[in-house]
Ligand binder design. Sequence first.
Ligand SMILES: C[S@@+](CC[C@H](N)C(=O)[O-])C[C@H]1O[C@@H](n2cnc3c(N)ncnc32)[C@H](O)[C@@H]1O
Length: 348
Amino acid sequence: MPIGWRAAMTTALYGDHGFFVSGAGPAAHFRTSAHAVPVLGGALLRLLDRLDAALGRPDPLHVVDVGAGRGELLGTLARLAPPELAARLRLTAVELAARPDSLPETIGWRSDLPERVVGLLLATEWLDNVPLDVAEPGPAGWRRVLVDPGTGAESPGGPLDAAETAWLAGWWPTPPDPALPGRVEIGLPRDVAWAEAVGSLHRGLALAVDYGHLRDTRPPHGTLTGFRGGRQVHPVPDGSCDLTAHVAMDSVAAAGTARAGRPYTLVGQHTALRALGADGRRPALALASTDPAGYVRALARASTAAELTDPAGLGGHWWLLQPVGVDSGPSGWLRPESTGPTPGRPAR
Ligand SMILES: C[S@@+](CC[C@H](N)C(=O)[O-])C[C@H]1O[C@@H](n2cnc3c(N)ncnc32)[C@H](O)[C@@H]1O
């Protein structure tokens, strides 16, 4: 029987046989920034050090990774953290999938958000997998798009509720026009999810890294799609593929700020990573003769950094930084301040 996309995504991704909770995990199907280690890990440790200083070097210092996949990023942070920091770090994955057997014991694993966290809350490519509904213009305004979970065939549903209509009016203000085949994705559940995640911080910084769009550049046909085995596929909500839609980053940011009571920073990943010292520049050739092994390592790092900062790929992701009860100081979380081209819409 056809149901709304939000319900269909919830079962297909997180139900008993859901794509993310049974199976090999996200890394087997697509590459996210969190898999480009240790370059991302090194940059995050630099950000964490700035946050740690701003918090007065608390003990413990928490890092919570929401939608942690199989714990790849936390494992990297555990490996790369300098001893003084490692002694104070408390790493926790918040993940609906089961804890992997191979995960180091020092990394905590839970399915719900902790409370009163002091430290860094990460969410890399989590929000794009938070289920949402899709709407299209009907004769009487927006109407829900229904989907058959077995086939992915769509059919028209009923009208939206008042909160959904208000969200569209504020954040995706396209008048429904039955003459145009456009469709919209109602980001309200992501705003709620992000505000809740930000609310779990007592003092610290929440960082969401994801692909997305802003109010002035919403995609006219939405972005909901599927991924399986590294390939983009037709989105069928039967548990056989990832189901993802780009994130309305400005609306999520506004929801986080309403919760945190502080302004946010929203920049492209290429800008953020360069400000944190990860760039794709090749090492000097002279290093090859004085330290051949060091040259090869530096070359590998530069190549990963280039992948992470390529505006047409992972570098097109957005970084949303949302402080709670802490100030970065006058130079900001991302030093040196720099600007870059507007992030695009990379394929996953
Ligand atoms: C695309 S994967 C990202 C994994 C990893 N962060 C990365 O960047 O590679 C999204 C992950 O979020 C998890 N997830 C989604 N909603 C969640 C929730 N409400 N609580 C905990 N985990 C969730 C999924 O199970 C999945 O492993």
